[in-house]
Design a protein around this ligand. Structure first.
Ligand code: ATP
Length: 337
């Protein structure tokens, strides 16, 4: 956190009020981020406006002044007190014009947007069209934004997956079944791969390597049941993997000897009180968003790399592919014998 004396007075003169919104899918830790942005802004002498329901709320003018007590007692809550929404209208120039009128009406000089790649894509376009300083925070359980080692909500979702798989394992082993468990990820395999390692699953089927190998065939050919009579396979939701249902259908057709079951974890993965890691990450990133605006940064996402806060241009965060950890994939294979 900067000291008051160290602030850039030119920027202070241009920014007096910051608006904050959460957009896209909710993620545990968004409230901790809202709290951090609000308090860091007030600490630096700025006003804060909370914008409800993401970009939709900018269009429909759902804006309230936030004081420090508006964000009391929320660090431990899942979801987002600002609510979140998806807005088709904001994807049109006309919708964004109405949104900008709301920004002007409330004398908001800069925005902090907390959300996933779609939300940051919208932020980038809006910032460019209206020359508005915007800083993004990576708020998504999917961990699919480039330039940051992790995203707000990912660790909590991973822990939720691990706890759910632990429970499913009890029934899988009692009935000697093969379970395909579908986890979220929106086309990215981070939750599936890391969730599989954390829960001691036999395999993860992830979109990143779908075009390289037939992961199901690989799994069966490697004799994944050589020493076991029940198995757990995590499947990332994706058109490429076909999801857990797609995998189970294939097994029923191609390997009818298996007693196969499917569990789709679904929205349980978004909920719950954020983990300590997510609370700390969100707090650091929220405070860093205000530091970034004081540093005259705009069109950047706050990231974390090797435990250090970094500024990642929106263009990089959104467009670059974030590679999965191939060593971890190999470790999963080795440990599942
Ligand atoms: P998650 O990854 O958790 O689902 P997200 O931020 O990627 O979160 P999206 O539904 O993709 O969620 O995007 C949220 C909102 O961002 C959209 O409803 C829309 O208002 C805005 N948005 C997305 N893409 C664009 C775009 N190309 N132009 C303008 N706005 C956009």
């Amino acid at each position: 956190m900067r000291t008051f004396a160290a602030q850039n007075f030119y920027i202070m003169a241009s920014i007096k009020c910051v608006g904050i919104l959460t957009s896209g899918g909710d993620a545990p830790g968004m409230n901790a981020a809202i709290r951090a942005v609000t308090r860091a802004a007030i600490y630096n002498g700025w006003e804060v406006k909370g914008i409800y329901r993401g970009y939709k709320g900018l269009i429909t003018d759902e804006v309230s002044a936030f004081k420090t007590n508006n964000v009391s007692n929320i660090i431990q809550q899942g979801g987002t007190i600002l609510k979140t929404a998806r807005s088709q209208e904001f994807m049109t120039p006309e919708g964004r014009r109405v949104a900008y009128e709301t920004v002007r009406r409330h004398q908001i000089d800069a925005l902090v947007v907390i959300g996933g790649d779609g939300s940051l894509t919208g932020a980038r376009i809006f910032a460019q069209e209206y020359n508005l300083p915007i800083v993004g925070l990576p708020g998504t359980i999917d961990n699919d934004l480039a330039g940051t080692d992790t995203t707000i909500g990912y660790d909590t979702a991973l822990n939720t997956i691990m706890e759910a798989v632990d429970k499913i394992r009890d029934t899988a082993s009692s009935h000697e079944r093969l379970f395909f468990i579908e986890v979220m990820g929106r086309g990215a395999g981070f939750l599936a791969l890391n969730g599989a390692v954390a829960s001691g699953a036999e395999a993860a089927i992830i979109p990143e390597i779908c075009t390289e190998v037939d992961q199901l065939e690989d799994l069966i050919k490697n004799g994944f049941r050589k020493s076991k009579n029940s198995s757990i396979v995590l499947v990332a939701e994706s058109e490429l993997t076909g999801g857990a249902m797609g995998m189970a259908d294939r097994v029923k057709k191609e390997y009818p000897g298996y007693d196969v079951r499917v569990t789709i974890l679904g929205h349980i993965q978004r909920g719950g009180s954020p983990s300590a890691s997510d609370r700390i990450l969100a707090s650091r990133m929220g405070a860093a968003a205000i530091d970034a605006l004081l540093d005259d940064q705009r069109n950047v996402m706050i990231g974390i790399q090797n435990e250090k806060i970094v500024y990642v241009p929106f263009s990089k965060a959104i467009k670059d592919d974030k590679p999965i950890d191939r060593d971890l994939l190999n470790t999963l294979r080795i440990l599942s014998i």
